[in-house]
Design a protein around this ligand. Sequence first.
Ligand SMILES: Nc1ncnc2c1ncn2[C@@H]1O[C@H](COP(=O)(O)OP(=O)(O)OP(=O)(O)O)[C@@H](O)[C@H]1O
Ligand SMILES: [Mg+2]
Length: 589
Amino acid sequence: MSTKPNLNISSLGILVPYIRRHALRLTGILALVVLVVSVDLTQPIIVKEVIDRYLNVAHPDPSSISWLSALYLGVVLLTFGLSYLQDILLQSTGQRIVRDIRSNLFGHILSLSVKYFDKNPSGRIITNVVSDTEALNNFFTDFLSNTLRGTLTLLVIIAFMFQLDLHFAAWCLVVVPAIIWVSRWFQGKLRVINQDMRGKLSILIAYLAENLAGMSIVQIFHQEAKQWRAFDGRNRDLLKAMLKENHTLLLFFLFTEALSDFGVAGLVWFGSGPVLRGTVTFGVLYAFVGFIRRFFQPINTITMQMNVLQSMIVASERIGQTLAETPDIPESPTARRPDTVEGAVDFRDVRLAYRPGKDVLKGVTVSVKPGERIGIVGSSGSGKTSLMNLLVRFYDTTGGDILVDGHPIREWPVEELRRTVGIVQQDITLFGGTVLDNVRFFRQDIPRETVERVCEEIGADAFIKRLPQGYDTRLSERGSTLSFGQRQLLSFARVLVADPKVLILDEATASLDSETEAVLQEAIAKVSRNRTLLVVAHRLSTVQMMDTIIVLDNGLVVEQGTHDELLAKGQHYWRFYLSGQLQQFQKTA
Ligand SMILES: Nc1ncnc2c1ncn2[C@@H]1O[C@H](COP(=O)(O)OP(=O)(O)OP(=O)(O)O)[C@@H](O)[C@H]1O
Ligand SMILES: [Mg+2]
């Protein structure tokens, strides 16, 4: 187990631009801190004055006492007001900065390529965006003000003490090494415990996210009890870590409290002699008691801030790492869209390895003419989805080239490419929002009429109109209240409203009822009229509609031709057909 990780304070550098942006407010806050400390510390001094000067039986001076009492009250109120102002300003600035960081972070995450999300489980990204940024908030709300306030208080107290009485002051400072030693010891312990706790928390969040995403699987396999136990175990680990932290913190506070009590006791014991002898006034002794109490607090605070600093560094390191991730789908500086877009697609000796040395595509060469309908079939894992993902640059090829309209896709502006080549993915994703929102995918520039026209064209309007509020029906998260076929129709419509010249349809492997199947078939037939169509087909009815069928096997094109030609050949496609891997439906007339 690593106890003392290498902490790099420079990772806090990510805060610099935000500090700059809020420099004025932060300066104001720091000025307030200085003011609060100075005002607060005049309290023991005022009481000392009252005791020593005016609480005198021989020469009573009630008016001065009243006056100083009023001053004392004023100081208390002023401290209250200034502290309030300072905290409000600090919190709001801190939260603003956290909001900025969070938004920038999410903006950056949106720009990252699919590969990043293959590597990083969503739970981890969530922790990064939600709780790591929150840890940075502490920099402003806790660290900055407390450290400054603590240090200032210490310095001012020491100055006051020495000014009041040299001997007393020296005596008080004797206990300092003891406090520092105790503080440091606890701080070391707390650091390890805190890190352990954060680790356990992120494990818990990751587990939760995974289970939420796969809830139906969990339930289908009746694994609720097992998953719950596993969660409970992780939760218990977190509890243990949290309790340990609380316990250590409590001990720390009690220890320092006790130390400060010892300090007071020692002061009284040591100081009563000089007071009785009259070499030191009682007021001075009183002021010292007040000071020594106020003396331990900042030391406590500063020690605690070292832990805050620690977790902040870890958090900003993680945020920094995310921000340093670059999209690995670079846009060429010379990228441009060809003048005319016809929809021709050329795969030239395309290779792809997700991991070095493990080729998933091993040199695929396919040429698709504008308007042609291509069906791609092959057993599961043969690389069909991978090949399609390359065409919209979710990944870049490891070798070979892909051209759209004779222009390498690396030379296309990515946005233009994705507008020209639409993809209906195998995994359907819908978002919380209305049917309309989902189809135009929040691109408000797409008019409602277009959405309705497209839905009508592909036959989706029949079921949409049956929904309670038609196009304005709100869908649940991930559209889970719709049937699979309906969701597929919606995701189909979503791609079509942008009117892409090339349409990729990665058919889902899930079976459909015959009615939905017929609707989808009809839809495919309609949309292929004025565009190039690449369909990863899992259904016989789809394959039969295609001009050309490409059989992919283990990352290679092994056959190419029409349904009848390939059947007649009696080889790969024929075997594939016979093996029943294409889903068939009886025609419902
Ligand atoms: N993101 C990824 N990272 C690593 N390996 C991957 C990734 N996506 C797919 N693969 C691997 O690449 C191979 C081809 O997968 P692909 O999804 O292209 O198959 P497919 O032909 O679409 O299969 P199916 O018919 O089941 O959809 C598989 O061995 C798969 O494990
Ligand atoms: Mg696939």
